[in-house]
Structure formats: structure tokens, C-alpha cells
Write a protein that binds this ligand. Sequence first.
Ligand code: GLP
Length: 240
Amino acid sequence: MDIVIVKNYIEMSKVAAGLVRDCIREQEEPVLGLATGGTPIGLYQLLVRQYRAGLLSFKHMRTFNLDEYIGLDPAHSKSYHRYMQEHLFSHIDIPRDQTFLPDGMASNLEKECRHYEKLLKKFGPPDLQILGIGENGHIGFNEPGSDFNGHTHVISLADSTREANARYFQSLEEVPTHAITMGIKSILHSKKIVLLASGERKAAAVRRLLEGTPDPTFPASALSQHNDVVLIADEKAFGN
Ligand code: GLP
């Protein structure tokens, strides 16, 4: 794993934006794996800025998001569909039908998982996957105990994850109990993985990640099985 330690959140976002820009410029039809949460918002803002400055086009890009809450309509203010529209898609020139997220409203969730995995096979794997990390080590919504060989599946969210994400909702009760997430195996298929971590809330998870021993109770440790992972952490997440 390559480790880049930067001063703060803005620097983390800049380094990540540079890697995404390189990937988009190198590939004729780039495929990007995208994450949600607070961590990548700065990265998306920088990509939008580059698009507006005419430095980058997303016309030929396809994107796959890691996850979506079950039971939230795409138009719901806290759905990841809406998040992606608000933070990235509506501001750039990517055609709508080139952006993929799991459908958390599907009547047959198992079928939806298989369908998403098929799309990943057809258009993927991502040339570059952006990842955040949960305080409990989750990646996507692969909670502690998730199978390292897992593909896209339905997951019951850990209490600690619902509590951590309650800050984005009005109350803890509003946070969905389940989600669809790409599995750890699906994530590991990406050609390159860029893991972002910012702030002292992430310091314990980053410390454990750097121990480097694969351990199913700490999902992010599966990344040690991939040969092209870049961790971009700011000083606080790195424990400085
Ligand atoms: C969320 C998402 C993850 C994200 C993580 C950290 O629940 N499913 O993809 O990386 O938790 O979120 P944040 O960046 O808000 O700390």
C-alpha cells in the first residue's frame, strides 16, 4: 500500500482529484468507482471545478457507486442517488445512463444485487475505485464480519454505523437499517484503489489498517490483498 500523508482535508482532496484526473485522461472510456459520505465531497467539488474550467470532460466516463440505503427513494434527500446528483453528476457532462448505483427500492433485492454485479462485469472493473473508511473499518457498507469473497449483497447495518451516519439524518430512527453494497471481492476487482481518510475520528481505523493483517472483523484489512492501493490520509487521521 502506498501511503500519502497530507496536512488536511483540502490537501487530501487535491491529491485524490489529481489521481482521478490522470485516470480520466489516460483512459478512453474510464470507469470510476465512487463513494459517498462526508469524505469525498471535497474531491467532487474539485472535479466540478476542473470541469467548469474546461480542463476535464466526463462524457465518456462510467461510474459505479459502492452502495445505497434500502428503502430510500432516489429522490430522498439522504439517498446516495441524491447525494451523487447534488455533489457531482448534475454539475458535469456525464450522461445519466452512464452512472450506476444499486437500487435500494427494488422489489426483488437479491435480483437487484445480481443485476448490479452483471453491470460491473459488463462495463467494469473500475479503473479507479474511491473508498472512504468507516470508524469500524467498513468499506462501502461491508460491515465487520463480511465475507472477503463477497459480491454485491444486502447488508444489515451495524449499530455503530447507523449511529455514525445519524449526523446526516434528522434522527437515528430515520437511518435505514439495511443497505445494498458492493462486496469486498467486487471492490478488490478494481484496478486501482484510492482510500481517503480525514480527521481524528478515523485515526484508530487507519492505525488498524496499517497493521496490514487480513482480519474479517476489520473489513478494510482486505485491501492488503490488492497490489495497487493508495491511502491518502491527513495528519489527524494518521494520528499526528
Ligand atoms: C458510509 C459509506 C462509506 C463511507 C463511510 C465513511 O457509511 N457507506 O462508503 O466511506 O461510511 O463515511 P464518512 O466519509 O462520512 O466518514
